[in-house]
Design a protein. Structure first.
Length: 242
């Protein structure tokens, strides 16, 4: 099946929704908008990321919605929704969702590092947010999650090709590596670009996904000049394809 036909088929099957000519979003993004409308809030976090057509680690289990701090919402109305109480500034809201920059910052301060980094990388990769904007916005965050937001902003990189690579890089950073995406490496006279690499430690890591099987991360360590050895580490469940 051609690359152009795949998205059209997925749209017909209801697997994805066409946002613009070359941009698609997961149905989860629209679920977030519907939930937000019912609660008089806005779709936020992963629901907003899905709405903007960004690739994410996993779709949110529940629609994620943000409302103003002074709102009182009965417990029965919150069932099946991940609700956040917050303060909005000018430009933070775009229609029924949080704006692009606000979405990345919300994810950075509230989500686990690997999920947040996948969102930030994707926003940069699509050109919807710049690195400078993200760093400045994260620096302005106060209170809970401020340190997490600044860490994600500092590590975010548009060169990551997909969320699988972003998650692998987050794990490498947590392990203490100076992890960089798509570094140019010459092996036996050939130029290659490992998904993640630590030049100082001569470590290269590759993220791989296989159809019909558990999604795996293939971790390779440079055992010597011009050679790579690989080990596998996997996780069951759906994930992004490379």
């Amino acid at each position: 099946m051609s690359s152009r036909k795949r998205p059209r088929t997925a749209v017909k099957r209801g697997q994805i929704k066409r946002v613009t000519r070359d941009r698609y979003c997961l149905p989860d993004g629209e679920r977030g908008v519907v939930a937000a409308a019912k609660l008089h809030g806005v779709a936020s976090h992963l629901s907003a990321a899905a709405h903007w057509g960004w690739e994410i680690k996993f779709p949110p289990e529940e629609p994620q919605v943000s409302v103003r701090r002074d709102r009182k919402i009965a417990a029965e109305r919150r069932v099946g929704v991940r609700l956040h109480w917050t303060t909005f500034s000018a430009g933070d809201v775009d229609g029924m969702v949080t704006g692009r920059l606000r979405t990345v910052v919300d994810c950075a301060r509230d989500l686990p590092f690997d999920e947040a980094l996948a969102v930030a990388d994707s926003a940069l990769r699509h050109g919807d947010v710049t690195k400078e904007e993200l760093v400045q916005a994260a620096a302005a965050v106060k209170g809970g999650g401020a340190a997490r937001a600044r860490r994600v902003a500092a590590c975010a990189d548009a060169r990551a090709a997909n969320p699988f690579e972003s998650v692998l890089r987050a794990l490498a950073i947590d392990a203490g590596l100076n992890a960089t995406p798509q570094v140019e490496v010459v092996v036996d006279g050939k130029e290659v670009h490992p998904d993640v690499a630590d030049r100082g430690r001569r470590i290269a890591l590759e993220a791989c996904a296989h159809r019909g099987a558990s999604r795996t991360c293939t971790i390779g360590r440079n055992a010597g000049a011009g050679s790579l050895t690989q080990r596998r580490a996997g996780r069951e469940g759906p994930g992004p394809q490379k």
